[in-house]
Design a protein around this ligand. Sequence first.
Ligand SMILES: Cc1ncc(COP(=O)(O)O)c(C=O)c1O
Length: 469
Amino acid sequence: MMAHIYGDEELEALLVGNTHTKSTLQFLFTFLASCPPNYSFHIAMNYSRFMTAVSAARKASPIRVLTELMQKSPPSLISLAGGAPNPNLFPFKRATVDIGHGTPIEIGEDLMKRALQYSASAGIPELLSWLKDFQRSLHDPPTANYGPEQGQMEVCVTTGSQEGLCKVFEMLINPGDNILLDAPTYPGTLAALRPLGCNIINVPSDQHGIIPEALKEILSTWSSEDVKNHSHHLPKFLYTIPNGCNPTGNSLSTERKKEIYQLARKYDFLIIEDDPYYFLQFEKPWAPSFLSMDVDGRVIRTDSFSKILSSGLRIGFLTGPKPLIDRVVLHIQVSTMHTSTFTQIMISQLLHQWGQKGFLEHVDRVVDFYRTQRDAMLVAADKWLKGLAEWYPPAAGMFLWIKIKGISDTQQLIMEKALQKEVLLVPGGAFNINSSEPSSYVRASFSLSSPTQMDLAFKRLADLIKESL
Ligand SMILES: Cc1ncc(COP(=O)(O)O)c(C=O)c1O
């Protein structure tokens, strides 16, 4: 924390209308000034106030705890405890996986036995430690050195970031809870939220993400008394996709993130940072994450390897305050038990071989591809859609969000007519909180089509729009 020694006059000014004595303030400020420069203060979070009764009632499964203990014990241990099957009888014996930009991953007989066996619910130790180091290097979260109950940074592996999101929502939401998000947004989030019966409040956004002034306006519904009394009507969290939002392509600016984080502190809500396109940012330096600003331990971040290593292997990871991540792990214990050990071993072997440097070099290669694809789509859009539609270049991700002029709802245009013209896009309504609300937008993805196909697709879309006007 930046320390500043207060002089007498400044203290007198602070004391106007204030009941604190000068000596108390003097003591406080002298104490603050004597703290090391990187020391940060935070008011301890009351995590239990955010959890549902179901989540709070979760207890560790004794069998799972034993499994985790066994995995940490020396080979000399004779365990009659586990219910694990004998892996010698499994038919898969060994594997070699060829790697682009790396040496083949060899899974020999012993490693294969581990890969085919049950494992710890939070993730296999060698992958977890790699991920924790990586999060520290990338985001340097203030919480990394906090005590466990103070919101210390914790990580767990999830079966895609979708599992993390879904379990976080189920940990936090009671029917009737208010939550904040900037729609249009990822339908997988909306589909997970809707059945939980929360009241979704839409926060206006633009090309640079959530508009802090609009968020402030929404939050002004609640008074400081509500915050002090932990009113259960206060929004529990803000959910956002800070980079290359699906579907809008929005990326939140650093200044806005800072303002939003301060509002989260003022109104005591959590921030769920769903960031699967973090590694698909087209320009460097990459934007600082909410996690990197998290002095309170109020950010839960979902990361995904889906866009970078594989979507089918189903691997992502959650980072956030330990008291909350532990609750998610208890949920994993009784649902999937853990993300596939085989998948985790494959990913872990790759990441240990590459190291952070090799992983980031791979990311650079992937980003180069998507940047070129984005540029090709922008060229095609300029050529065919000028005057018919509006868009802006996304700074990350894989989507172009196109507003069709003169068409109030793209649902019919796409679902009924586009297929006849042999072009397919996603109608914007799919991303609205209420999906039957009309939308004049369509989402175009630039991940799979070649520049020639993009050109032809936008020509067909232009013809379609002209015929429909
Ligand atoms: C914004 C957003 N969040 C989460 C996910 C889920 O990704 P994963 O494959 O990691 O489960 C996606 C997938 O497209 C997404 O776009």
